[in-house]
Design a protein around this ligand. Structure first.
Ligand code: SF4
Length: 375
């Protein structure tokens, strides 16, 4: 398959690895800020193939994982209302809120539906004018344009029973927050290729310069990731800190002008809480005042929601790259994909789920599993 198989070539992967090994002279820590990249790295064992001196830290790049508990609890409160049809992508349904998840709301009679596009939710609203149809709009710059388009279409078509519960987040302020943390060990970033295909690269040079970190726009296949790592390591060894585009087949510096126009029309930048991390200034989008009537938070009163995080879950530390998933005491024991305590174990892009799925287990957990295999 074009653009997939040719980026899985084992011979080329070996050559890139040899180049990285020949380049590295001391320890470096790189962070990927994309759950898709995290899964690809773990699935292909790229972190294990790299020289010991190159560490990959898995950052807050999974959209489901970083959605704050307050947003989940608001979604649960809205979804439980009898007049509401609540639409979401499937991976949000098992994300634990304070005391339940969307599956439980659905099991209790709530009209909760899985859709594959926000435009599906808009169609449901058109077909069911007696219902209030709400779409849960979460994620990074990648999903935001389609959600913006759905709201734009709703207003254009006069579909007044459609609204968006928005919890969008933006990558550059997260990089800023990570680099400003006293505990930060990150020396270079692999920027998410799909985010940059929408937004371009213009937000990154200032960050790279101020924090003196290389930022390499990187794709998702094994060769993409190895090339991104190779370029980041080469810059670090040379004492450079530039933005490089290692994913030119999808990313242009100026991004996607049509998507950017849509984002600018429908959304406005706001402070946003990140699950396990806290509020990061300017790190999110909300609906602009012109689209306020389509804001589910404005349409439904969800001000009384109180939240309570699991005391055992250390996903905040996982999301900041401070610990690896199997360093959490609950990993693989109290917390598994069947019994998740935190969003990083629920989402298909979560680091905890990736470590569990691809058997990156702490040796003690592995021994326990071998004694009593998971069904
Ligand atoms: S393993 Fe489970 S409890 Fe531990 S940090 Fe990950 S999601 Fe939270």
């Amino acid at each position: 398959m074009k653009y997939i198989e040719e980026f899985n070539d084992p011979g080329l992967a070996r050559r890139l690895l040899e180049d990285i090994r020949a380049t590295v002279t001391r320890p470096w820590a790189l962070m990927e800020v994309c759950g898709g990249q995290t899964h690809s790295i773990i699935r292909h064992g790229i972190d294990q193939l790299l020289p010991e001196d190159v560490e990959l830290i898995h950052g807050p790049g999974c959209p489901v994982c970083v959605t704050p508990l307050e947003a989940i609890d608001r979604a649960l409160a809205i979804a439980a209302r009898p007049e509401v049809t609540f639409c979401s992508f499937g991976d949000m349904l098992r994300v634990p809120g304070t005391d339940r998840d969307l599956y439980r709301v659905k099991g209790a009679g709530g009209d909760v539906r899985v859709v594959y596009s926000p435009l599906d939710a808009l169609r449901i609203a058109q077909e069911n004018p007696q219902r209030e149809v709400v779409f849960f709009g979460i994620g990074f710059e990648t999903t935001a344009p389609a959600n913006a388009m759905a709201v734009h279409q709703a207003r254009r078509l006069g579909v007044r029973n459609f609204s968006l519960l928005v919890s969008h987040v933006r990558v550059p302020p997260a990089i800023e927050a990570i680099m400003s943390s006293a505990d930060c060990r990150v020396q270079g970033f692999l920027a998410a290729g799909h985010v940059c295909s929408v937004m371009g690269t213009t937000e990154y040079p200032e960050l790279a310069e101020r924090h003196r970190v290389p930022i390499v726009v990187t794709g998702f296949e094994p060769l993409d990731l190895l090339e991104g790592i190779r370029r980041a390591v080469r810059q670090l060894e040379r004492g450079e800190h530039r933005v490089e585009n290692a994913y030119p087949r999808a990313v242009q510096d100026t991004g996607n002008p049509a998507a950017l126009r849509m984002l600018q029309e429908v959304f406005t930048v706001t402070d946003r809480a990140w699950r396990g991390i806290g509020t990061i200034p300017g790190s999110g989008w909300r609906l602009s005042d012109a689209y306020r009537d389509f804001d589910a938070e404005h349409r439904f009163d969800v001000t009384g929601v109180t939240t309570r995080e699991s005391a055992r879950c250390r996903s905040g530390e996982v999301l900041q790259g401070l610990i690896k998933p199997h360093e959490c005491e609950a990993f693989g024991t109290a917390c598994t994909p069947r019994t998740p305590l935190g969003a990083t174990m629920v989402s298909s892009e979560g680091a905890c789920a990736a470590y569990y799925l691809y058997r990156r287990l702490d040796p003690a957990v592995r021994r326990a599993e071998e004694a009593e295999p998971v069904g």
